[in-house]
Design a protein around this ligand. Structure first.
Ligand SMILES: NC(=O)C1=CN([C@@H]2O[C@H](COP(=O)(O)OP(=O)(O)OC[C@H]3O[C@@H](n4cnc5c(N)ncnc54)[C@H](OP(=O)(O)O)[C@@H]3O)[C@@H](O)[C@H]2O)C=CC1
Ligand SMILES: Cc1cn([C@H]2C[C@H](O)[C@@H](COP(=O)(O)OP(=O)(O)O[C@H]3O[C@@H](C)C(=O)[C@@H](O)[C@H]3O)O2)c(=O)[nH]c1=O
Length: 235
């Protein structure tokens, strides 16, 4: 079973932590228990936001977690609930997910570009944007490995390469989309949000590559594919 459901509205979670904790904490634990009872492997998606964002070194899967906000705490509760079931599981911590579907930073930037030729974007939060299609492939790979009894159980890190700031990500979006939007870099302190985001969310993904042969994808190539999908959908 692959579980990608979650409460993902990071800012609103600050006011709805109980609800976020049921959806992100109790629900995956219940699903993992049901899988364990049936001998089925359980693959779950978690987040870089379980870390406090200190330092500049990429976080390894066994590094100390330190969630800053409600969404982050609820996702960590999910990880802990799944581990406590004692079943066979793999948790993929990923970051800054984008695709042609749903709401995400790429679509927010493209939307803002309709009415703005200059944007102020946070430059002191750094991470690896990750194409959703690559996450789906990684989850399938992990699930098949576990089902075959030769997989890589436990917590894994998986994010797109290279690491970049939100401002750098935005610049690449506008460059690839051929949009003349100037990106002005600002510190997070000048873009107040309800929930604090970690400054350093770099994920060390080397263990996943060593254990399961799943390497970091280049997010810039994924972005090219997503922009092509969006252009095709727009006719
Ligand atoms: N977005 C990101 O940048 C990142 C996401 N993640 C994780 O990746 C996973 C997928 O995230 P993402 O695709 O962005 O999330 P979305 O918010 O786009 O999708 C979440 C899905 O969960 C479903 N869902 C939410 N609440 C419930 C509920 N109570 N019962 C049943 N289904 C529910 C939603 O269903 P419906 O459409 O019907 O509302 C939706 O299909 C999550 O685990 C998230 O924490 C990790 C790192 C970064
Ligand atoms: C719209 C906008 C955002 N920003 C900043 C605010 C914030 O620091 C950053 C991204 O904000 P967003 O709200 O889009 O992204 P956010 O909701 O924080 O994304 C997170 O989602 C959850 C689900 C995760 O698990 C994380 O990995 C991460 O991807 O961009 C600007 O600097 N300028 C802008 O004009």
């Amino acid at each position: 079973m692959i579980d990608a459901a979650a409460y993902t509205v990071v800012d609103r979670a600050e006011d709805e932590e109980a609800l976020a904790t049921v959806i992100n904490g109790a629900a995956p634990a219940a699903m993992a228990r049901a899988c364990a009872a049936r001998g089925l492997p359980f693959v779950h998606i978690s987040t870089d936001y379980v870390f406090d964002g200190s330092g500049e070194a990429p976080w390894r899967p066994d590094d100390q977690t330190g969630p800053l906000g409600a969404y982050d705490r609820s996702k960590l509760a999910g990880e802990q609930g799944i581990a406590a079931t004692g079943g066979q599981y793999a948790i993929l911590r990923t970051s800054w997910v984008f695709s042609a579907y749903g709401q995400n930073f790429v679509k927010t930037m493209l939307g803002l570009a309709q009415s703005r030729d200059r944007l102020t974007i946070v430059a002191d939060q750094v991470d690896g944007p990750t194409p959703a299609a690559d996450i789906a492939a990684a989850c399938l790979g992990l699930a098949r490995g576990l089902a075959a009894g030769a997989g890589a159980p436990g917590i894994h890190h998986f994010s797109g390469a290279p690491d970049v700031s939100w401002a750098g990500f935005a610049r690449e979006i506008f460059a690839q989309a051929g949009l003349a939007v100037t990106v002005e870099e600002i510190p997070a302190a000048q873009f107040p949000t309800r929930a604090a985001r970690p400054a350093n969310s770099r994920l060390d993904c080397s263990a996943l590559e060593a254990q399961a042969g799943i390497a970091r994808p280049d997010w810039r190539a994924g972005l090219t594919r997503v922009l092509a999908e969006l252009a095709e959908a727009a006719g």
